[in-house]
Design a protein around this ligand. Sequence first.
Ligand code: ZN
Ligand code: ZN
Length: 354
Amino acid sequence: MALTHSYQLQQYGGQPVRVEHPLPPLQNDEILIRVTHAGVCHSDVYIQDGYQDLGNGEKIDFADSTMPMPLVMGHEIVGEVVATGNKQHRSLIGQRRLIYPWIGCGNCPSCTGGHDNHCEQPRSLGIFRHGGYAEHVVVPDARYLLDIGDLDPAWACTLACSGLTVYSALQQLLPMKSGSALAIVGLGGLGLSAVSLARKLGFSTIIACDIADDRLDAALKLGADRVLNTANSEDAEQALKSLAGQRLHGVIDTVGSPATVQMAIGAVAKGSRVVLVGLHGGQTALRIPLLPFKALSLIGSYTGSLSELQALIALVRQGGIAPLPIKQRPLCCLPDALSDLRRGKALGRIVLNP
Ligand SMILES: [Zn+2]
Ligand SMILES: [Zn+2]
């Protein structure tokens, strides 16, 4: 029997360990991919911890969810098709593909409406099904595979989560009022992807905010107009307001902490939108009258749809978008990569090669 290997998280709070096991038999429409590139995302750190912090001692405990244990994490995946369950898809064998990982049940109103990412019984790879920190991964259907042409596969894999999440969030800010500014808060993989995509999508004044100067420098190289080190600023809310010329009409918050949410709500002008995608967690008191006074929309956004990923790949293949900094390492470095991400030591994305 043919063997393969994967890195399995066997208990929350532990490290993923290398396990050898037989290749799974393929059912019906399933596709077997040999993984070549797998991006490491901050949400893997939260999965490793086993909970999401809701603040005030409350949390979402993943042990109470439908997430399997052991779990092979990894949801930013590019690889080569090596086998198909259905003869119709044989022509895909040998082809390189990006995987849309936010796969839903296929039957609920969200799924039939094209929003797998809002499914109530999700089958997302690397979260609810085994993902890409492995030699092989099984994809339920060929419709979730995307042709990346001659894009660098190390960059292309990051488009499935960090790229898609901020692409979808930016779409929710369009159209922006003319002469208005956009702030991107937090410059990890998501934030840096957001800077270069916002440039391509025609946002006029892009202000990048973080607490680390090396990430602010990276944002300037990717096209940010202005940067704000919120750790060095006595009053970050006022500093952001004045950098935006009092015309901050859109914010993408890739951190999602009490401090970043308060800064965004306080700094925006009237008629603005704040999109939260970061999962740092916690609780904060909402200054309620500011929402109606500012005609402010506070929006939560989770990844993006399959059609949005298709549109993003088409946009990136046109050219003119700078890739975020990427460091490639062998798959066996997964525990170190997670720890670097946890300590804020990774600039841009770490991409693992099985
Ligand atoms: Zn992710
Ligand atoms: Zn569904």
